[in-house]
Design a protein. Structure first.
Length: 254
């Protein structure tokens, strides 16, 4: 039995590794790529800023979150490739009613969707924490967030920096409107599986308007199925964020 379990796990692991390669979800430190970047761009600042190993700790934390994020993303891709349960139109007497009967694949898919959003939120807040080591925006016990207040304070030191402007634009748009918005719902209100099921049930109010019903459930399914592609792009934005973070420090800290 244990041998069978090991073989099943190895097959699963091989599928995840294949997805990493097919979708360019690179291992952050494959070939010491990002470790070398950190060393080459800000290594000269360690003696001054690595108090109590804070640079070492925060750097490792960024790596860990990125690895966990790509693992969760790969699982959303795997589950979508296995096949999610379609939303259906079911004829019922003189009307059409929506039908949706989620399977375990759907349940696991939504689990990883929620996990990715929370990890994306964690990653960008760690970016703020890392920048704080060098710009000392907040030195007390108050928590620091990837927030408008953070960027307003940071702008006093690097306001005209192009990498800062790019990251600030991201915070004001995609991070605020998608990542943090979705994270708040998942953490404080309801899981994605509940949200989608609730929205799906709401569409049944239009059973006497079949065209409207079809449009609604089609859009709902399209939104659900679009998450893997969005997450793949989000991972690439994370890598860009690391480059922007290092450039902001290298170009503005002496």
């Amino acid at each position: 039995m244990l041998t069978d379990q090991k073989e099943a796990f190895e097959r699963y692991r091989e599928q995840i590794i294949s997805i990493f390669g097919r979708y360019n979800l690179i291992h952050l430190n494959e070939g010491w790529h990002f470790t070398n970047k950190f060393s080459n761009q800000i290594g000269h600042l360690r003696s001054k800023f690595n108090l109590n190993g804070q640079i070492d700790f925060q750097e490792q934390d960024l790596y860990n979150i990125a690895h966990e994020t790509r693992f969760a993303i790969a699982n959303t891709i795997l589950l979508s490739e296995i096949g999610l349960t379609p939303f259906e139109e079911i004829p019922h007497q003189e009307v059409i009613i929506p039908g949706y009967f989620p399977e375990i694949v759907d349940t696991r898919y939504f689990y990883f969707v929620d996990d990715v959003f929370m990890r994306l939120y964690n990653f960008w807040n760690r970016i703020a924490n890392f920048l704080n080591i060098f710009f000392r925006i907040e030195t007390g016990s108050k928590k620091l967030y990837f927030s408008p207040e953070f960027f307003q304070a940071l702008s006093l030191s690097v306001g005209t920096d192009s990498n800062f402007q790019s990251m600030k634009s991201f915070q004001e748009s995609e991070y605020k409107d998608i990542i943090n918005k979705k994270r708040k719902v998942v953490v404080h209100r309801e899981s994605s599986s509940v949200t989608y099921f609730k929205d799906f049930l709401n569409s049944s109010k239009n059973i006497k308007e079949p065209d409207k019903l079809l449009r609604e459930i089609t859009e709902l399914q399209k939104e659900r199925d679009s998450y893997p592609d969005y997450f793949i792009a989000s991972y690439q934005r994370m890598l860009k964020g690391l480059d922007e973070m290092l450039a902001i420090i290298k170009d503005n800290v002496k």
